[in-house]
Ligand binder design. Structure first.
Ligand code: CP
Length: 316
């Protein structure tokens, strides 16, 4: 995303300094969002299309709000009411959107690599809002933003990511991002949900949740992604909760409570007990709130052309 870069497809595209720049700019936008009038004219005249071909609550709404807070025009594309149901391809859909003057397409797709393909078909910015099991870069950026705000820094921070690592684009983006900023990552899952060779990403692994809980400053829980899992990976959801869920018993036993995070949607009673979910809800709501400021920062960085983020920060 350096200099003239116009797309955000993977956290691998960003340097440590660029991540830091986005988080700083997001802080400025968070300040805007605390004002009575939560809007700036930064992207007036720009058009942003939300092309979500897989379900989403948080990401789609926060990209829409982020664009509106920056005064851009926003179009939400819904596959169920589009010509996709008549068989129109992603390529033709993308070209149609670009022909109508989009400056950016925010895309979520069930196939890994779809946003990268889009960059070959359109001449506007493409932002990956989650592609298959590949990546979800803006989720990782907002997670880092929250960790930095809540824990006072990222260097040396101990983050345990627990759950369905294999099918998680959130885990992949977070591992890349946390490695770049100098945090330590421990992955915790049953062996059947840990991809082979994951240690090559510079992370440690464990099959013991109690070990992860005793080690971490931040406990990042993941949903079991039933829609992506082929065949049984564990005996039952009850047994999964017993071994890998943040149960009331485990939570109450902890002398030093970690910051608990979850990208949503949560499966209450599976990766987290419902009562614990209610207790840690403020920090998870904080992730959702941070999503708007961080996505404002990403849209601004990509679409403001030669206007530097420093100028935005100076003018506020
Ligand atoms: N975290 C996340 O991607 O949530 P949604 O699927 O609701 O967008």
């Amino acid at each position: 995303m350096a200099g003239e870069a116009k797309n955000l497809i993977s956290i691998a595209d960003l340097s440590k300094d660029e991540i830091s720049g986005i988080l700083s700019l997001a802080s400025s936008f968070a300040e805007v969002l605390r004002r009575p009038v939560k809007k700036v004219p930064a992207l007036r005249g720009k058009t942003i299309v939300n092309l979500f071909l897989e379900p989403s609550t948080r990401t789609r709404m926060s990209f829409e709000l982020a664009a509106k807070r920056l005064s851009a025009d926003v179009v939400n594309f819904s596959s169920g009411t589009s010509s996709i149901v008549k068989g129109e391809s992603l390529k033709d859909t993308a070209k149609t959107i670009f022909s109508m003057g989009a400056d950016a397409v925010v895309v979520r797709h069930q196939s890994s690599g779809a946003p990268q393909m889009l960059t070959k078909w359109v001449d506007c910015s493409v932002i990956n809002a989650g592609d298959g099991m590949h990546e979800h870069p803006t989720q990782a950026l907002l997670d880092l933003y929250v960790m930095r705000e809540r824990m006072g820094g990222l260097e040396g921070l101990k983050v345990a990511i627990v759950g369905d690592i294999e099918h998680s684009r959130v885990a992949r983006s977070n591992i890349l991002a946390l490695n770049k900023v100098g945090s330590k990552v421990l992955l915790c899952a049953p062996r059947t949900l840990l991809p082979a060779g994951i240690e090559e990403f510079g992370v440690e692994t464990t099959v013991s949740l109690d070990e992860a809980l005793g080690w971490c400053d931040v406990l990042y829980l993941l949903r079991v992604q039933a829609e992506r899992i082929e065949g049984p990976r564990f005996p039952s959801l009850e047994e999964y909760h017993e071994n890998y869920g943040l149960s009331e018993k485990r939570w109450d036993k902890l002398e030093k409570k970690p910051l608990v995070m979850h990208p949503g949607p949560m499966n209450r009673g599976v990766e987290i007990a419902s009562s614990v979910a209610d207790e840690v809800e403020p920090s998870i709501a904080g992730q959702v709130a941070a999503g708007v400021a961080v996505r404002m920062a990403v849209l601004y960085k990509l679409l403001s052309g030669s206007v530097s983020s420093e100028r935005f920060e100076r003018e506020q």
